[in-house]
Every structure is written in C-alpha cells, then in structure tokens.
Design a protein around this ligand. Structure first.
Ligand code: GLN
Length: 214
C-alpha cells in the first residue's frame, strides 16, 4: 500500500460516477475512502477526463433514457470498447450487460460484459433482502439487494466472481468480471464495506499504470 498522498493532493486515479440518476453520492464516498479521485459525470466532456467509470444503482430504464438524452450512450460505449475500466452495481450491472432480459423494449445498455442480466429477477415480493455472498478475491461479504437483477448466463471470457451462498436464491450469479469490467447485482456502496470498491480501484490503478507506490 502506498502512504497517504500529501495534504491537498490526491495520487489516486480519476474515477467518474455516472450521475444521471441513482445512488451517486454513496459511490463517490466509497471511492474516496479507497484513495480514488471520485467525481460525478453527467456530460461527455466530463467522461473524457476520467480514467474509469462507476455506474450506480438506480433504475436502468431511466438511466438508459437519460444516457440517450444527455448524449452519453455512445461515448460511454466507445470508452468501454477501448478498455476503460467500469464497475456497475445493480442497475449498473444491467447497463454493462450485452443482453437485458425483462427490460423495456426500448431499453439500451452500454454493454461490454458478455452476459444476460435479468431485471428484478428475485421476484416482485422480495423488494429488498440481504444475503451472504462469497466473493472471489474478497471472501464472504454481507450483500444488500434492492429489486436486483441476477446474471442468468455468461459468455466466454466472463469470470463468475460470486454467487448467493445461502437462502432461496442460493447459486445465483451476482458478481462477474470481464477484463476491466466489474459488476455486482448488490450494493456495496450502501454497507460501509469498501472491499469491492478497493478491488475496483486497484484494477483501475493497474489499468492506467498508476499502481500504488509509483
Ligand atoms: N430494478 C432496477 C433496474 O431495473 C435496479 C434496482 C437497483 O439498482 N437497486 O434498473
């Protein structure tokens, strides 16, 4: 681990949080705790200034519509295609899926992860619940799900990092990684547990060559 940056300066990578809708502030706080320079991204010009992007939880149909309205759909797609690291939680996972099941017919995703994400997969009665997840590279964590999707299938090149480990949904895929893209169906930004954000910030550091200690 690198020491703290000098006061007033940050050595961390610039990580944007897509701020069209959803729980933006919680992600900014979690990223900041992990040493990143986190800032909201609403416009294409702001996207150009960040090394990586977090896509928050919220509502993927609304996020899709606003991404089109704000002219961000194609810019985000093209940054993802050219290797920008991205992390999506919940609705963000849906936005990173190449295929969305149970979406609105006009719903768009950024794509990038070869997976099919099913919206509201855990059922309408179970609006929100908590369940243990054993996450590769992290270990057991307590996961909060809110009208969450699950990953129904993954294609070649996608690593399954975590499944629900107990309860009625045991075995369901809820965390994946493909290259520099990370997605979880749950909301680590709401629990005060920074380990998933730290994993992502480490991934970003590696991707942009600003590894700790350099
Ligand atoms: N159900 C929401 C969607 O389809 C996701 C919910 C969430 O992000 N908490 O986008």
């Amino acid at each position: 681990m690198a020491g703290d940056p000098p006061p007033g300066r940050s050595a961390g990578p610039a990580v944007g949080v897509l701020a069209l809708q959803g729980d933006v502030a919680e992600h900014v706080a979690a990223l900041t705790r992990c040493g990143a320079t986190a800032r909201p991204v609403r416009r294409a010009e702001e996207l150009e200034l960040v090394d990586a992007l977090v896509i928050p939880g919220g509502e993927s149909t609304t996020m899709s519509r606003l991404a089109e309205d704000f002219g961000l759909l194609e810019p985000v797609r093209s940054r993802i295609k050219t290797g920008m690291p991205a992390y999506g939680s919940c609705a963000g996972l849906i936005m990173l899926a190449d295929e969305v099941l149970d979406g609105r017919p006009d719903q768009q995703s950024f794509g990038g992860i070869a997976m099919s994400a099913r919206r509201n997969a855990f059922g309408r009665q179970v609006d929100s619940f908590e369940a243990p997840v054993d996450l590769e590279g992290i270990g057991p964590l307590h996961a909060v799900f809110i009208r969450a999707p699950w990953v129904e299938r993954v294609g070649a090149g996608v690593r399954v990092l975590g499944r629900v480990s107990a309860g009625p949904a045991a075995g369901r895929i809820v965390a994946v990684r493909q290259g520099n893209l990370l997605a979880t169906a749950f909301h680590p930004e709401l629990t005060g547990d920074s380990r998933v954000h730290r994993l992502f910030v480490d991934l970003v550091r590696e991707a942009v060559g600003t590894a700790a200690g350099s």
